[in-house]
Structure formats: C-alpha cells, structure tokens
Design a protein around this ligand. Structure first.
Ligand SMILES: Cc1cc2nc3c(=O)[nH]c(=O)nc-3n(C[C@H](O)[C@H](O)[C@H](O)COP(=O)(O)O)c2cc1C
Length: 328
C-alpha cells in the first residue's frame, strides 16, 4: 500500500473555505480530514449540521469527515447521512483533549473507558450499513499507558485505520510526543497505523520514518499551516528521495521573500472567501489573524509581526499590513 499523507483536522481553521483555498494553491496531500462535527441522533439531523462537509467537488483529493460523540447509535445515524452524501469513510474522534469535551466522555475523555469504547463500536458495526470507520486517538487521557487497555478493543473491530497522536489528552499540545510508547502502541495495533504529531519540516518527517517504519501514512497538521509547501516537500522526498526534494527550486525556504510571494495568492484567496461568507470585518479579521499564528512560525521576525497584526482593527489596515509583508 503506498504511503499516504493526510491533512489533519484543525477545528476552526481547516474548514471548507480554508480547504478550498489551500487545495487551489498547494499540493502534496493524498487526502484531508475535516474538523469534527458532533454526532446527532437521526431524529435531530438538520442539513446545516453537516454544512462544513457538504461535498466539495473542487477539492483534488478525497475528504474524510470526522465525528465526535460517545453514543454509537448517534454516530451511526450521522455516518449514514455522510454515506448518502457520497463519503466512503468517516473518522471517530477519540483524541480531542479539551476538558469541556473530555469530561463529557467524548474525544480523549473516552480513552480511560475501554468498556464504553467497546459498546460504542459494537453498536456502530452491528448497524452494518455505515461507511468505513477509522479512528483518531491519543495514547491516553492522562496516562501514557492507557492504550494498553483500549488497543485490544480497537483490534477486535474492522477499522479502516488508526491515527495515533503520541501525546496524552491532558498534555493538550504541550511537551513532546512520547516516542517509545507511540512505537509500542503502533506495533500492537492490528490496523493500518497513521502517525501524527510534531512534523514541522523535512528533517522531522525523516526522523519519523526511522522511528516508525511500519506507519502506512502520516497526518500533518500545524506543520502544513506553518509551511504550506511542506506536504509537497514530503511528497517529493517520498517519490524521489532527499536529493529529489532538495533540488526543487519551486519549494522556497520557509520565511524567505520567495516563500512569502508564493503564500500571497493563497492568502488573498482565503481572505476573499472569508470576506464573502462571514458577517462583519471583526469575524474576518479573527479568522485571518488565526491563520497568521501559523503562517508566522517561520518568519524571522514572526513575533513582532504578530504583535503588529494584533493591533490591526479594520480590513483596510489589515490589507496594508499584510501587503507590506507579502509583496516586498
Ligand atoms: C486548533 C486545533 C484544532 C484541532 N481540531 C481537531 C479536530 O477537530 N479533530 C481532531 O481529531 N484533531 C484536532 N486537532 C488535532 C490535530 O488534528 C493534530 O492531531 C494535532 O495538531 C497534532 O498534529 P501536528 O503536530 O501535525 O499539528 C486540532 C488541533 C489544533 C491545534
């Protein structure tokens, strides 16, 4: 099976408008996972609930919707709606770290409860008419050994794949990925494993290839937002080796003037999309500033630039501030 690279779901960031703009300007991904929608029972399903995952024929790659929930029946109901919309796979979010979510036994809050996970999956697969189901997990909620109890449960069901983020829920995105436990958890998983976490450049991607030689793919989140050329760099590396990736002059150095010039059309596209769909400049500014928290990562003076953007109030001022940077 070829090694796949998938865009991670980032709730509030990689929504349908962002995805449409991103995939119009950058490549390298084989598929994308949409940020979670909540599982809703069949009786309360409303079309607007699924608006982020209304099929986007303009995307050059398949999209996998993700569902957050702790009731198998509601998940199956939502999964059926998505199947009818044409999706062949849905993902179950077992990794969301936010305390508000976890304390309701959702996302990573379910990881300490293999019995609940079992009941959930039993209900989903007993229903029998859902699309392929994959799951996205962390190693545990608070304890890096929790996977030892829930992985045997996951292994009993015909899951399409298991994406593993190598932190525990209570870490949020702090500290580092637990490499040794991650490797052990991956080895004990009976399904295709997709790795995830902290790949921000080609060297860190190459390190994952050594650490997890059995991964069947990688899910890339913040790294692709820090440097939108990163998925293409990784694809070039996978297809043509290190020399092939490094010789590509069309992948400019992150943060360089050429890189900023390459970002500009994507920036303008996503800015225009938000201006046409969001109500009021404050919402547009919020969204754009959030994108810049990622795009500024590789800028030599990124912190200073973000402080300046934080003071921007109107869209005209925003455009001037961004033009100065992108069109030097
Ligand atoms: C702002 C934000 C929103 C996220 N939303 C989701 C989500 O909706 N579903 C999910 O499974 N993971 C979500 N994640 C986790 C990412 O998909 C990914 O697992 C995480 O960023 C680690 O990968 P990375 O180091 O490549 O970024 C979110 C992460 C961030 C930072």
């Amino acid at each position: 099976m070829p090694f796949t690279v998938q865009l991670a779901p980032l709730h509030g960031v990689t929504n349908r408008h962002f995805r449409a703009a991103w995939f119009a300007h950058f490549g390298g991904f084989d598929s994308a996972m949409a940020p979670f929608i909540l599982a809703v029972p069949g009786s309360s399903v409303r079309k607007t609930h699924f608006k982020d995952v209304i099929p986007q024929p303009e995307l050059p790659i398949p999209l996998v919707p993700q569902i957050l929930g702790n009731e198998g029946a509601s998940f199956a109901d939502s999964a059926r709606v998505l199947r009818d919309a044409g999706y062949g796979e849905v993902n179950w979010n077992l990794g969301c770290p936010y305390p508000m979510v976890a304390k309701k036994y959702r996302g990573s809050g379910l990881l300490p409860h293999p019995d609940r996970i079992d009941r959930f999956l039993d209900t989903v697969f007993r229903a029998g008419d859902v699309p392929a189901v994959s799951v996205k997990i962390r190693l545990g909620r608070a304890d890096v050994e929790e996977w030892r109890s829930f992985m045997p449960v996951l292994n009993r069901y015909p899951l399409a794949s298991v994406t593993i983020h190598g932190r525990v829920g209570t870490q949020m995105y702090r500290g580092s990925v637990h490499l040794a436990e991650y490797a052990e958890a991956a080895a004990s998983c009976a399904h295709p494993v997709i790795g995830n976490g902290d790949v921000f450049d080609l060297p860190s991607f190459r390190a994952t290839q050594t650490a997890f030689p059995n991964a069947s793919g990688w899910m890339l989140g913040r790294g692709a937002l820090y440097d939108p050329y990163l998925p293409s760099r990784i694809r070039a590396y996978l297809d043509r080796g290190l020399d092939g990736a490094l010789s590509r002059v069309d992948f400019p150095k992150p943060g360089s003037v050429a890189w900023l010039a390459g970002i500009a059309p994507f920036h303008d596209d996503v800015f225009n999309r938000y201006r046409s769909v969001l109500f009021g400049p404050a919402h547009v500014l919020d969204k754009m500033k959030e994108i810049w928290t990622y795009l500024s990562y590789w800028l030599p003076d990124g912190k200073r630039y973000m402080a300046r953007l934080a003071r921007v109030r109107g869209l005209e001022e925003y455009s001037m501030c961004v033009d100065e940077l992108l069109r030097r």
